[in-house]
Design a protein around this ligand. Structure first.
Ligand SMILES: [Zn+2]
Length: 394
């Protein structure tokens, strides 16, 4: 008798509950994933490791640095102009580094396999029927976190006040060219700007306290389910030349830690192999499905190797063409390095494809109601088409 395939919500339900690294739910999800893989008749390897909450440490360090720089800007504009210029330049530079991908790189490089947090990556593999020509590491994190929703408006207000304060510093610099111009009025904008900036930084840090309230339906039970779907399909339909390595990563929300640890342990071994990474993180949200194979940095273009395959699969399949035109699918969006496990692979020189469709990120509202089944289906079909096409062309 043919079983009717279950819908996404029914299939994903067992994986949807708060599961922050270090909590009870976190241990529970490991068992659920382990059993789901074993039910497919496959084995699962538990790879425990130690880590710290790098992201919280990093944010606290950045916060303290920003507080010092804001105080430097305030004192500088009142008494020693050059201090305000140095502080403003450093602040903008640090912001750009943290925002545009290098923050992820710093977090990854900090993972040394040490710390009080106990985490576990879960790995299941399928060997190819013929000779291995490519290994694809499919990664999806299973941990969750939630943050206070006020962090977003506070963050915007902080950026606005930093921007206005820096404009004031530039204006004062220009006026310095004319020594006769009186700038005693500067106390009136400096006081409110520095107070707003200081309050915003403090509140941003307070609102960044990580909680365990997100059920993590889209982020990232959808990715977990995708890896199970890949294992289920290719266990009965072996690939000729592609080795499948599914890694359910832990501690992504603490700073891409599980993926960083996995890459750290394997990167030497991979040097003798051709290895790619497909990263699945949020697959059924309200945005289109973004399929990213390039970095935000134009100089780092590991993804180029993958692009032709991605394009030819999308070109030869009418459904993807229609979806791209209708903006339900966006190919080669350039933000691969920011904030997902893909960054751990990408910065180690491994070509990456990142699949992502966001909604209600890190919120207690990330429940079953946010899921958009068609987006998940499209992601799964595209994945299978891509793997089949790759296997045939190798
Ligand atoms: Zn995620």
């Amino acid at each position: 008798m043919n079983k009717k395939p279950m819908n996404l919500v029914d299939r994903i339900k067992p994986f949807v509950f708060p599961r922050k690294t270090g909590t009870e739910g976190h241990l529970e999800i490991q068992d659920i994933i382990g059993k789901a893989v074993e039910n497919l008749g496959l084995s699962i390897e538990r790879q425990p490791f130690s880590c710290r909450n790098e992201l919280s440490i990093f944010m606290a360090q950045l916060g303290v640095l920003f507080l010092i720089l804001t105080i430097g800007k305030t004192i500088g504009t009142m008494f020693f102009y050059w201090i305000s210029v140095v502080a403003a330049v450093v602040q903008v530079f640090v912001y750009l580094i943290a925002e545009f991908g290098l923050g992820a790189r710093i977090l990854i490089s900090r993972q040394k396999g040490k710390g009080g947090l106990k985490a576990t990556n879960l790995v299941s593999r399928l060997e190819p029927a013929g000779s291995q020509k490519l290994k694809i590491v499919y990664s999806a994190h299973y941990d969750t976190k939630s943050l206070h929703s006020y962090r977003i408006p506070v963050y915007r207000l902080m950026l606005l006040s930093i921007g206005l304060f820096d404009l004031l510093i530039i204006a004062l610099g220009i006026l310095k060219v004319f020594p006769s111009v009186d700038t005693a009025w500067r106390i009136y904008p400096v006081i409110p700007l520095s107070v707003i900036e200081l309050i915003c930084i403090v509140f941003f840090l307070v609102f960044y306290i990580v909680k365990n309230e997100s059920p993590g339906a889209n982020d990232n039970a959808t990715g977990v389910l995708m890896l199970l779907d890949i294992l289920e399909r290719y266990k009965d339909k072996p690939l000729q030349h592609i080795a499948v390595e599914c890694v359910f990563t832990d501690a992504e929300e603490t700073g891409l830690t599980g993926a960083a640890e996995y890459v750290r342990q394997n990167v030497e071994k991979w040097k003798g192999e051709k290895v790619w990474n497909f990263n699945y993180d949020m697959l059924a949200g309200k945005t289109p499905l973004f399929v990213n194979s390039r970095g935000a940095f134009p100089l780092i273009e590991y993804g180029r190797e993958i692009e032709p395959y991605l394009k030819s699969v999308c070109r030869s399949n009418q459904p993807y063409q229609t979806k791209i035109d209708d903006k339900e699918l966006v190919i080669n969006h350039k933000d691969i390095v920011i904030g997902t496990d893909a960054a751990a692979f990408f910065f180690s020189g491994i070509p990456v494809i990142q699949f992502q469709s966001k909604s209600k990120v890190h919120s207690k509202d990330d429940d079953l109601s946010v899921l958009k089944e068609e987006t998940y289906e499209m992601c799964r079909n595209l994945t299978f088409d891509l793997i089949d096409h790759l296997d045939q062309s190798l």
